[in-house]
Ligand binder design. Structure first.
Ligand SMILES: [Zn+2]
Length: 483
């Protein structure tokens, strides 16, 4: 309380003085002064100091013990770990600098004192009026407790305590400037200022930018791989070859499959991102392995399936078509298709949903399989209005057929004998008539007669062109074998 009164008295006195304060005089506020370390009671007015010719007595001359300290005196912030960024920036950019008329105190008998020119020579150097010594600003603000070799050396003069031995100052300053911890602190303070002035992005932002760039790059690489797989799928060509291992970019004498050949074709056509990835990318994440190919295929399948499901649910009315057959691995598979009205395209569509292995081939077992396939795919079965299967009793039976079990739960789901199966059955029955059987047999024999010889085919072709010049057909097509 007494101190504050003194300050008030001091500032009032100050205002009454006729002589102008020096430009370096920093405005004082009471809050700042009350936060000053206890050493601050030794300070004297700048103005008083500059007027005192005998600097040895400058302290003792301050008889009224008024307090005066520059707000941006680095001495205020030694050992202070909680300096806010704004203050740090202020201390680095506009530190307190003694006026040219400032009389630096002499501590030793040799009459040595701080020289203002040193501040120009060492830009990191600051004089503290509070400590009557020199400090390194970046080190005070950014150094850790310890530095030196291995980071075990306690940091002393210029960092945690004032440097006031003016005997070998220049050498000592140069030595300090050459230490690794000082260089690190200077670097830290430079980056701090850059970030604060918005010239540079902080480390989190830099990392996030780098991360986004990496993600963007990886997406471009994956896009090339995915497009190649989709091309193979659309054109119904096999992806893999007999020997598809090793570096994709190595051209082998053997066929290493369409997928790898198409990747090389993309690179040849100017896909530089893919080229860089295949040549220099990490070998454990090239995203070209058979496992990845299968994963991408199944992801594409899931996307297509989810679109079909969405359309079926939007249609609010659909039929289910199902049939089982034994695959090449001797596993009984049930194929499930959906027939619905596509509101977007305004036409009726039939889409394949999935294959499910069938173990229980009874009517009840097959009904459960069909319904669980629909429900597992989140299809709203309340919109099920039709069922289409072959005529097998397990499917069509009106007592224990799959259709009857499904109709019990969804009475709207009427069973219709699949028209494709009906046509197949009609043709099979018709061909049992001798005249139709003979006709088909003659057509087949004539076809074989011409196809088995290039010479006969040529004769047939020229004859067709001569007799029917408008026709697009010039060969005989073999009959499709049906069971
Ligand atoms: Zn330093």
């Amino acid at each position: 309380m007494k101190r504050q009164l003194n300050i008030k008295a001091f500032t009032q006195t100050k205002r009454n003085k006729t002589d102008n304060p020096t430009s370096e005089n920093v405005s004082i506020n009471q809050a700042n002064l009350s936060e000053l370390p206890s050493t601050s009671k030794h300070y004297t007015d700048n103005h008083n100091l500059s007027l005192t010719s005998n600097s040895n007595n400058s302290m003792s001359n301050d008889s009224d013990k008024t307090l005066r300290a520059a707000v941006n005196d680095i001495g205020n912030y030694v050992h202070n770990l909680e300096i806010d960024d704004l203050k740090k920036e202020e201390l680095l950019k506009t530190p307190w600098v003694p006026h040219s008329t400032y009389i630096f105190p002499v501590k030793t008998k040799r009459n040595l004192r701080f020289q203002l020119s040193w501040i120009k020579r060492f830009p990191w150097l600051s004089y503290s009026q509070i400590f009557e010594g020199a400090f390194c600003r970046p080190c005070v603000l950014f150094a850790r407790e310890k530095g030196g070799k291995g980071g075990h050396q306690q940091l002393g003069a210029l960092v945690s305590k004032e440097y006031a031995n003016w005997k070998n100052s220049l050498q000592d300053f140069q030595l300090h400037a050459s230490t690794s911890y000082h260089k690190l602190c200077v670097e830290k303070s430079d980056s701090f200022l850059k970030v604060n002035e918005g010239r540079s992005k902080n480390i989190t932002e830099q990392l996030s930018i780098e991360r986004s760039r990496q993600i963007e790059q990886n997406r471009k690489i994956l896009l090339s791989v995915i497009k190649t797989i989709i091309l193979c799928s659309k054109q119904e060509i096999a992806l893999r070859g007999s020997n598809d291992f090793g570096n994709v970019m190595n051209i082998n004498s053997f066929n290493d499959g369409n997928f790898r050949a198409l990747l090389r074709f993309r690179v040849d056509s100017g896909d530089t991102i893919l080229e860089e990835h295949l040549k220099n990318g990490p070998k454990n994440s090239l995203y070209t392995s058979p496992g990845i190919q299968n994963e991408i295929i199944s992801i594409c399948g899931n996307i297509i399936k989810s679109k079909i499901i969405q359309r079926v649910n939007t249609a609010e009315c659909f039929s289910v078509l199902a049939d089982e057959t034994t695959d090449i691995g001797r596993i009984e598979q049930m194929s499930v298709c959906l027939r619905y009205y596509d509101k977007e395209d305004k036409k009726i569509r039939e889409d394949f949903l999935e294959f499910t292995p069938a173990v229980d081939l009874t009517g009840k077992g097959l009904a459960t399989l069909i319904m669980s396939s629909l429900q597992n795919n989140s299809i709203n079965c309340h919109f099920l209005v039709g069922q289409g299967y072959d005529g097998a009793s397990a499917m069509s039976g009106y007592l224990h057929g799959a259709q009857e079990y499904i109709k019990k739960d969804f009475p709207m789901a009427l069973y219709v004998h699949c028209s494709a199966h009906s046509l197949n059955l009609a043709l099979a029955n018709a061909s049992s008539l001798p005249s139709i059987r003979n006709c088909i047999s003659i057509i087949q024999t004539v076809g074989t007669f011409f196809r088995s010889s290039a010479q006969r085919s040529e004769v047939l072709r020229t004859t067709i062109i001569e007799t029917l010049p408008q026709t697009r057909h010039s060969t005989l097509v073999a009959l499709c074998e049906t069971r």
